[in-house]
Design a protein around this ligand. Sequence first.
Ligand code: GLU
Length: 286
Amino acid sequence: MSRRRVITRFAPSPTGPLHLGHAFSAMTAFDMARAHGGCFVLRIEDIDRSRSRVKWEREIERDLAWLGLSWPRPVVRQSDRAPAYREALLRLAERGLTYACICNRSDIREAAAAPQEGAPMLGPDGIVYPGTCKHADHPYEGSAIRLHMDRALALVPEIAFEETGAAGTGRIALDAEHMLRMIGDVVLARRDMGTSYHLSVVLDDSAQSISHVVRGLDLFDATPIHVLLQSLLGLRSPIYHHHRLIRDDTGKRLAKRDDARSIAAYRDTGATPADIRRLVGLPSAS
Ligand code: GLU
């Protein structure tokens, strides 16, 4: 591990209860920080105002504390960080790296299904955007803002990051061809939010000096977007540790709606934090 101070984070969206998969992620990040004499931080990712609830925020904090985790306060909440997101978007826009998009989901589905497009590609955010609005020059006000991927790649032709988790240890590099075909012009700011998961997570990991991003393999495909944005914004990239996903007995990934597997439900039926660690395959806390 590098000599940089180890700072890890758990960054839940408060849209439901903490379940086993989240607990595994949080405990893995906490254990990593502790093993290196570092620091673990909690960040509340509540940019989706329509789905986030303070009630879930409180319950998530209560469950994490019950599991034996601790973190510095006050906790950073993305809903308080809009000015930082705006400022970064403006910097990218001034360099011609963004454009306004007025397509809705069905516009995108239709455009991507046009015969000349070939089979629609599915990227980390769904169908790879076919570029309908790229040259339309729509006003930014009231539009979604997308990354102009080909211009971005002209500045950053190779996307590389260090991985220490389940995706294989070492340097992972992706070329422009992968970024164009599999990712495309991702949304940096949703019309209703003024930002997006990708932009916020990159700015917040940097603002909180996160050295190691510990998160599930389900987010692995989003990581090249984050590394590209770090490069464009002049931010240092953290090391990435994508961990295995916790599945139920039938091999299905646990989802938020599996309330029976929420940490609160386990606690209510008498499970201890040690039982939870055992269930997700973590060694007992020392
Ligand atoms: N907020 C995201 C989620 O709850 C996690 C983001 C991340 O770890 O990068 O799924």
